[in-house]
Design a protein around this ligand. Structure first.
Ligand SMILES: Cc1cc2nc3c(=O)[nH]c(=O)nc-3n(C[C@H](O)[C@H](O)[C@H](O)COP(=O)(O)OP(=O)(O)OC[C@H]3O[C@@H](n4cnc5c(N)ncnc54)[C@H](O)[C@@H]3O)c2cc1C
Length: 420
């Protein structure tokens, strides 16, 4: 019996729907956000609950095809050709427990759903730059948001997950149950199982002072030189990024989760160095409306500081969008699997860097990636420290030795150990 036959026969036992090539709906559910991808999965299961997910995993396993997951398609950079694709978009429940400051969401929930539900209680989640991004994919990939310096990466705020494992069993994973798997899931991405529910902390953040201030680009070198010292004395409640745009402006993006006057006073020295303000978009806004778009990371690296030759290279990048973002704070303090946390700055270009910038990044950068900003699956290892990559591969060997969840930005199982 082949996979299609298994799924056709099993259709009546699935609460959700199965779409095979040629079926109406197959095209709608196979497509990720990236229009340049044209994936042809063997089948799509539009799951409505954990039982559907479980049946899909067992079918994929039985027929030795990879199992891929898609919630919103925002983080799908590899065509899941030939895989059994589980679409979780219909499992979008959101429950808020305001007393315990916890959210419990289905795997199809988007950040906008959570932000709207949480703000009624004066609570915020560690969301990122877009309300349309899926909560689960974002969180498993680390989750770098504008509150991360104060409250850490989203992956570090996960309390519990329900997971369907590669053998089809459904289990609860937290600090006391499968702690190795819990550590790997929270930052190691979707390689270890299919999450069917996620529970994470919320924070009492209501309104924030946030937005962007635009300047000319004339004083870009002085501004970045000042920025490298200025970030050393700002509190964790202030997050910033400096952007050099293709249209010749320098933009300082900022979010301060505290008294706006204090936020303004902290930012003013940086603005003064940057020159005359062209446009001031800083406002006091509800956190749920404060999302600020990021720069597409064609090139990503992290550095310890902004050395002069790197600044010179970045400032000379007239035909690129450049973003320098301040990490540190609680991100550095966390011990989860995600990211290279010791480096306080990321440098992103939306294109391939010039020879000068590339050379400066080679000299000062670590060649590191961040799982959520990676598009090249062959660079997945770069998103982790050497020790964490080795530990993730060991966890993978324990929970998914046959690499059922091996499609996309995946962690491969460690090589089998031979005993002599
Ligand atoms: C416009 C935009 C803005 C962004 N802003 C930020 C940002 O500010 N900070 C940040 O950190 N990232 C950001 N990202 C990156 C984003 O977090 C990742 O692309 C993430 O993978 C998206 O998850 P998704 O579920 O929406 O995407 P999908 O394409 O549906 O899923 C991506 C991957 O997540 C995994 N996954 C999803 N659901 C499950 C599940 N239930 N079980 C197991 N694995 C699962 C799978 O590996 C899957 O391949 C942004 C991306 C975009 C396009």
């Amino acid at each position: 019996m082949n996979l299609h036959h298994t799924l056709r026969v099993g259709r009546s036992r699935l609460a959700g729907s199965v779409f095979l090539p040629g079926d109406e709906g197959y095209d709608a559910y196979r497509q990720p956000l990236d229009p340049t991808l044209d994936p042809h999965p063997a089948a799509v299961v539009r799951a409505t609950g954990a039982t559907d997910v479980r049946r899909a995993v067992l079918a994929a396993r039985r027929h030795a095809v990879p199992l891929a997951v898609q919630a919103t398609g925002h983080g799908t950079h590899v065509a899941h050709d030939g895989a059994l694709l589980v679409n979780t978009g219909a499992m979008a429940s959101v429950l808020i427990d305001p007393d315990r400051r916890i959210a419990r969401v289905g795997p199809g929930a988007r950040w906008g759903d959570v932000l709207r539900a949480a703000e009624q209680f004066g609570l915020a989640a560690l969301s990122g730059s877009s309300p349309d991004v899926g909560v689960t994919g974002y969180t498993l990939g680390g989750g770098l948001g504008w509150l991360a310096r104060e409250h850490g990466l989203a992956a570090d705020s996960v309390l519990r997950a329900r997971v369907v494992l590669a053998d089809g069993t459904a289990t609860t994973v937290d600090a006391d149950h499968h702690p190795d798997l819990f550590w790997a899931l929270c930052g190691g991405g979707g390689s270890f199982g299919v999450v069917t529910a996620l529970e994470f902390r919320l924070y009492p953040v209501d309104r924030v002072y946030a937005g962007a201030v635009t300047f000319g680009r004339e004083r870009a070198a002085e501004t970045l030189a000042y920025y490298r010292r200025w970030i050393e004395r700002v509190p964790d409640a202030l997050s910033t990024a400096v952007l050099l745009t293709r249209d010749g402006t320098l933009v300082v993006k900022a979010m301060y989760a505290g008294d706006p006057d204090r936020g303004r006073a902290l930012l003013e020295p940086l603005w003064t160095v940057a020159g005359p303000v062209r446009e001031n978009g800083m406002r006091v806004v509800p956190y749920a409306q404060a999302a600020m778009g990021g720069t597409f990371a064609r090139t990503f690296d992290q550095v310890g500081t902004l050395d002069d030759d790197l600044v010179a290279g970045l400032v000379a990048e007239a035909d690129a969008g450049v973003e320098i973002r301040h990490w540190g704070g609680r991100i550095a303090a966390g011990s989860g699997a995600a990211a290279h946390r010791d480096l306080p700055l990321s440098v992103v270009l939306d294109t391939v860097p010039s020879t000068q910038t590339a050379a400066a990044l080679r000299r000062h950068g670590r060649g590191s990636g961040f799982l959520n900003f990676l598009v090249d699956a062959s660079r997945t290892e770069s998103a982790f420290t050497t020790a964490n990559w080795a530990a993730l591969r060991r966890v993978k060997s324990t929970y998914d030795p046959d690499n059922v969840f091996g499609s996309g930005l995946a962690v491969p199982p460690a090589a089998m150990l031979t005993t002599v």
